[in-house]
Design a protein around this ligand. Sequence first.
Ligand code: FMN
Length: 378
Amino acid sequence: MPTLLFQPRGHHVASLKTKVTGIDFENPYLLGSGPPGTNAKVIAKSFDLGWGGVVGKTISLDASKVVNTAPRYGKLKDKTNPDIVVGFENIELISDRPYATWLDEFRQLKKQYKNRVLVASIMEEYRKDAWQTIVREVQETGVDAFELNLSCPHGLPERKMGMAMGEDPSICEEVVGWVREVSKIPVWAKMTPNVGDPKVPAKAALKAGAHGISTINTILSVVGVDLRTLRPMPTVEGYTVPGGYSGQAVRPIALRHVMEIARAVPGVAISGMGGIETGFDAAQFFALGASTVQVCTGAMLQGYECINKLNEELLKVLVDHKLENISQLVGKSLPYFSTHFDLVERQRAAKAARTGANKDAETWKGEIKRETDSLTSV
Ligand SMILES: Cc1cc2nc3c(=O)[nH]c(=O)nc-3n(C[C@H](O)[C@H](O)[C@H](O)COP(=O)(O)O)c2cc1C
């Protein structure tokens, strides 16, 4: 696996190894919570193929309450090339596999893959004892960190879970506080983009002691209407619910969420995701303040093997910019966000410079007193 790359000219060396919230990563790519990390077999395969980490499919104490539908996905395809999936909607719930099975699998994976990062994504009802039980029992298995799913936008909110928590800053703070009372490993709070100001719930989670923020979960959406039947999709027995949108189309929105939180809380550990399919996509998340990235839909569409391409492309960006590691890229583009007023001022100044307003021929036209004043600083 290419964690090191040597550039023949100039002997520049770049590494993808990184350390975030106290955890060492071989590379900064995790599979995002969802189908890619849905059982021990596929998680082991991902580690073997070189993924730096895996966030497991979200689990809860009682999987019997979780019942999925089929179909549960909808693709928005490129009009000229239907092989290209522009956006992806799902109405999938969290894992329906038994909790006890997950505990065994986490234990077995951590025994087998000591140097790979295994993050347990957990979700529970709005009860302190439920959250504290799942945290206590799951951390015993040796997983490296928790990701709290405060953000699934469909199905679970009907049980006051997922996004029903993440959209309410006071509940975010309370739930993260419950977790932090008993957790002994790093805690990342996974946030929803379905809010007006993403800074508010993220700050509430951090105030309660979250070590990092994962963002974004999916965006509420209706992928389309089947014009033969006039039924909205994905159609289950003629009906549907709004689902979560992911894939390429959401990347600009995800980048904005990462940027807002990174600017509001300098130095915060952000695990950025939403539409990452290439190492060049990932590099943009780092430049806007993420320190790890996650890939879910991109892996579902391209296969687990895409990790090699993701690594190579990200290394190319580091080498091109003569950077030695990811942390040197983190936040590089953040200083270049400003206000509209400031953009207008900058443009005015640039135009003046271009048109030669600073040149003597343009300045001295005969009104020497006014012209002298115009060059005076106070
Ligand atoms: C089919 C599917 C299932 C998902 N299930 C979960 C889940 O169980 N828990 C969770 O936190 N996020 C879940 N997600 C959200 C992803 O982890 C991720 O936040 C989102 O899809 C944006 O990233 P992407 O564009 O790389 O997929 C799911 C996404 C998809 C497409």
